[in-house]
Design a protein around this ligand. Structure first.
Ligand code: ATP
Ligand code: LTN
Length: 329
């Protein structure tokens, strides 16, 4: 059976970008294969984060996964730090990736630009090594992600191929899977930038109430002119709102353009707000239920158990290939 894996960093409250880019599709993917869905808590340490906030965010994300419709008896939902094999494989794999390729990663370049050299943690540099380990441990076929993560998945493929070439077939070489509509939702206040939870201006958060969502969308930056047309270069604001509308209505961008033909920006924004609200309000109710019932606890415990079964076998396979001796079983 096909295997699918993805993860989210618990660095802040999730945004509509995370929802459209990844969360929304998880329940459909559940029908396509065995899912390993995790909370990338070790990755969250690459940004400054208070310990209580990290713990709270990790629980929140688990509840978001459940609210997105994942069935924890079918999909394995777990904390990255609960499966020590992730960290162990990263220590091994770091020897098969090079400084040059890690320095070219956009996420590293963007984050390190904001900091002085002696404030750039090593973790943000080696981030893709841990991410490759997250993926390769589970012999997965596809990795559903937003567009910004494709570069990391490509690097993971490179290291898997490199390792396989040297030691013989060891890893399955995975593919990134990106949703055509909504692979990069942009900020509402600056539609040339990605909507990102660590840069919250212009975000819609998944727990925003109805009034806030409406206010944010009604005041979203739009463009000169009055035509509602998809043109990322000249009309990035309108194109972003059209993408949000199309993704949440499960229609193509062309169908969304057709729907708004002849309408003004006011009506357009009102309809975009309506569709976001009717998606997020029931989602928030399911989130609250998962949180209050503590359903997340059983999900995480069971998920980690299943994840460890697979991860430990892969790690053993890797250790054998590279000559690490195991006399313990
Ligand atoms: P940060 O701002 O902290 O880097 P992030 O939201 O970019 O956070 P994650 O929370 O780890 O990063 O992302 C989870 C998933 O959501 C990833 O697959 C990522 O590609 C996707 N994603 C994040 N932002 C967007 C966006 N604006 N549009 C589409 N997909 C997104
Ligand atoms: N790097 C991702 C989160 C992440 C991930 C992964 C996604 C960590 N490990 C493995 C897919 C597969 C991010 O920043 N969004």
């Amino acid at each position: 059976m096909k295997r699918i894996l993805t993860g989210v960093k618990p660095t802040g409250t999730l945004t509509l970008g995370n929802y459209i880019g990844v969360l929304k599709n998880l329940k459909h993917l559940e029908k396509e294969g065995e899912m390993f869905i995790f909370i990338a808590d070790l990755h969250a340490l690459t940004l400054p984060i208070e310990s209580e906030v990290l713990s709270k965010n990790s629980i929140d994300i688990t509840c978001f996964y459940l609210a997105a419709g994942l069935d924890p008896t079918k999909s394995h939902i777990f904390l990255q730090s609960d499966v020590h094999e992730h960290a162990e494989l990263a220590i091994i794999l770091q020897n098969y990736l090079y400084m040059g390729e890690l320095s070219r990663m956009t996420q590293f370049k963007d984050q390190s630009k904001k900091l002085k050299d002696n404030a750039i943690g090593l973790g943000i540099f080696t981030y893709p090594v841990l991410m490759a380990s997250d993926i390769l441990l589970y012999d997965v076929d596809t990795v559903p992600v937003g567009e910004d993560q494709v570069q990391h998945v490509e690097l993971c493929r490179d290291v898997a191929n490199r390792f396989n070439k040297r030691y013989g077939d060891t890893f399955i070489v995975p593919k990134a899977q990106v949703n055509e509509v909504g692979k990069r939702i942009m900020s509402l206040s600056d539609p040339t930038k990605k909507m990102s939870k660590s840069d919250p201006k212009g975000d819609i958060f998944l727990l925003d109430d109805e009034k806030t969502i409406r206010k944010k969308i009604m005041s979203a930056v739009t463009d000169l002119g009055s035509e509602i047309k998809y043109d990322v270069e000249n009309k990035p604001g309108v194109s972003n709102l059209l993408t949000i509308y199309a993704a949440l209505s499960d229609i193509s961008i062309e169908e969304a353009e057709e729907h708004f033909k002849g309408k003004g920006y006011g009506d357009f924004k009102k309809e975009v707000s309506d569709v976001v609200i009717s998606e997020l309000i029931p989602f928030q109710e399911r989130y609250k239920k998962a949180l209050e019932s503590k359903e997340y606890e059983t999900a995480l415990k069971e998920g980690a158990k299943e994840a460890r079964k697979v991860a430990s076998k892969t790690l053993e396979r890797v250790k054998n290939k590279i000559g690490l001796i195991n006399l313990n079983d």
